[in-house]
Design a protein around this ligand. Sequence first.
Ligand SMILES: Nc1ncnc2c1ncn2[C@@H]1O[C@H](COP(=O)(O)OP(=O)(O)OP(=O)(O)O)[C@@H](O)[C@H]1O
Length: 254
Amino acid sequence: MLLKLEHLSKSFGGLKAVADLNIEIGQGELVGLIGPNGAGKTTVFNLLTGVYEPSEGKMIFAGKDVGGLRPYQVTHRGIARTFQNIRLFGDLSVIDNVKIAFHQHAKYSAFSAILRLPSFFRSEDEMESKALALLEVFHLRGRAGEVAKNLPYGEQRRLEIARAMATEPRLLLLDEPAAGMNPQETRGLMELIRWLRDNFQLTILLIEHDMSLVMGVCERIYVLDYGMIIASGTPEEIRTDPKVIEAYLGEEAI
Ligand SMILES: Nc1ncnc2c1ncn2[C@@H]1O[C@H](COP(=O)(O)OP(=O)(O)OP(=O)(O)O)[C@@H](O)[C@H]1O
């Protein structure tokens, strides 16, 4: 098991945003986390990445408790994320956005081996080649010199994932990666997510409201409502679960 959340809870004052959560994710799995607005999904990511400390419970990643670690320590352990609202260095070039992320990279990685690159980059040239190789993967190499904020929205989202990948994670957390994308961009994103998982020995946990993406790429799905898991299973099981339909999907989804 790569990630195990045991009785994880987070309270804000009287509000239990996450309540007694139990989640297990195996190496290489592609798992979805869905649920209505305010269900606690982003709070789970904030707990996992050290933004918040759990009120109760444990988070075991790669056999070690990551509860109470600072965000940079979590990155070093091999967990990376993207945000619901894109967070890039808008005034910097596309390639500089990636280079900055290299500085926070994790120790463990299949990344360098896959791109056939040495795992250490002593010179600026080496850093440049590694950044370009990564941009190539995300079909952004031609944009390397452009200012990040000038990219079309879908490309900014891809750049955000590229930056997360630059830290060489074992677990990638994607918070609404399809938000604001048109259907064609969403289809491209689905292919990219599958490709990343398959080629980087990556495990992916994603939050998403776009059901075509969730049902299309996830092998397993957890459904949160009021901080609690109300269902988990395959996309087919989730689609037809009466509790999920009532709390989230609505009758029209059937
Ligand atoms: N820092 C905070 N302080 C107080 N309450 C918070 C804080 N962060 C989240 N909450 C509350 O916790 C609950 C869960 O919020 P969270 O953002 O995790 O939901 P979500 O499932 O990600 O929702 P959405 O789909 O709208 O992004 C909400 O009621 C929210 O208002």
